[in-house]
Design a protein around this ligand. Structure first.
Ligand SMILES: Nc1ncnc2c1ncn2[C@@H]1O[C@H](COP(=O)(O)OP(=O)(O)O)[C@@H](O)[C@H]1O
Ligand SMILES: [Mg+2]
Length: 228
C-alpha cells in the first residue's frame, strides 16, 4: 500500500505490506508516527490508496467503503474513540451488530462468555468502565458482526501489565475460535511473543518482517525496537 490522507496529502505509507493468514495472529510494531494506524485505516478503507491493493480471501476489495468491508467480514477496533461512552455496554454490542438481520443473542452470549465482566456491567454506561474493560467492549463490539478477520489497533493501550496479559489471553482465545487477528501493539516484546507473524514498520515502510520468534531474536530489532 502507498498512500496518505486526503486528495493531496503526502504519502504516509510507502509500499507497505501487511497481511494475516487463517489461524494466525499477526502483529505490527514500530515507533510512534511510523504509520501503523494509517496502515490499519488503509486496510479498512478509511483512506484512498495511491498504489497497491487490499484483498480479503483473495478478493480485491480496494475500492469498497469501510461499511462494505464490514459486510464482507472485516472487524476493526480503531485506536481511539472505539466505544460509545454514553451508551450502555449492551447497547454498544447491539450497535456492533448493526449490519445483521438475524438473531444476535448467541453472539452476544459468546462475547459475554469471553469477557464475563461485561455481562455483569451490561446495563452500565460504557464510559464508566475502566480502561481495560472499555477495550473489552470495543473488541466485543467488533466481534458482534461475526468477522472473518479481526483488526485491533493498540488494544492494550493505557492498561496495567496485568490487564494487558489478560487481554492478550482473550485475544489468543478469539484467534483459536478461527478468527485471524491483525494487531498493532506498542507492547512490542509481549505482542511478538504471541505473534505467528510480525512486522516492524518505520516511516511508513516495512523495516523487518518475520515470525514473532525471529524478530524477538534479531539483534537489530532488539537493539532498535525492543530496548536491547
Ligand atoms: N487524520 C490524519 N490526517 C493527516 N495526517 C495524519 C492523520 N493521522 C495521522 N497522520 C499522520 O500520519 C503519520 C503516521 O501516523 P500514525 O499512522 O497515527 O502512526 P502510528 O500509529 O504508527 O503512531 C504521522 O505523521 C501523522 O501525523
Ligand atoms: Mg497508532
Amino acid at each position: 500500500m502507498t498512500g496518505g490522507y486526503g486528495k493531496s496529502g503526502p504519502d504516509i505509507l510507502h509500499d507497505c505490506t501487511i497481511a494475516v493468514d487463517k489461524g494466525e495472529i499477526a502483529v505490527i510494531v514500530g515507533p510512534n508516527g511510523a504509520g501503523k494506524s494509517t496502515a490499519m485505516k488503509a486496510v479498512f478503507g478509511m483512506l484512498d490508496l495511491r498504489e497497491g491493493h487490499v484483498r480479503l480471501d483473495g478478493e480485491d476489495i480496494s475500492r469498497l467503503s469501510p461499511q462494505a468491508r464490514v459486510a464482507k467480514g472485516m472487524g476493526f477496533v480503531p485506536q481511539n474513540n472505539n466505544i460509545f461512552t454514553s451508551m450502555t455496554v449492551e447497547e454498544n454490542l447491539e450497535m456492533g451488530a448493526f449490519i445483521r438481520t438475524d438473531d444476535i443473542s448467541g453472539t452476544m452470549n459468546q462475547v459475554y462468555d469471553l469477557f464475563p465482566i461485561l455481562r455483569e456491567k451490561r446495563r452500565q454506561a460504557a464510559g464508566e468502565l475502566s480502561g481495560g474493560q472499555r477495550q473489552q467492549v470495543a473488541v466485543g463490539r467488533a466481534l458482534m458482526t461475526k468477522p472473518k478477520v479481526l483488526m485491533l489497533d493498540e488494544p492494550t493501550a493505557g492498561v496495567s501489565p496485568i490487564v494487558m496479559d489478560e487481554l492478550f489471553d482473550r485475544i489468543i482465545e478469539v484467534s483459536r475460535t478461527g478468527i485471524p487477528i491483525l494487531m498493532v501493539e506498542q507492547n512490542a516484546r509481549q505482542a511478538l511473543e504471541i505473534a505467528d507473524k510480525g512486522y516492524v514498520m518505520v516511516q511508513g515502510r516495512n523495516a523487518y518482517t518475520g515470525t514473532g520468534k525471529e524478530l524477538l531474536a534479531d539483534p537489530e530489532v532488539r537493539k532498535s525496537f525492543l530496548g536491547g
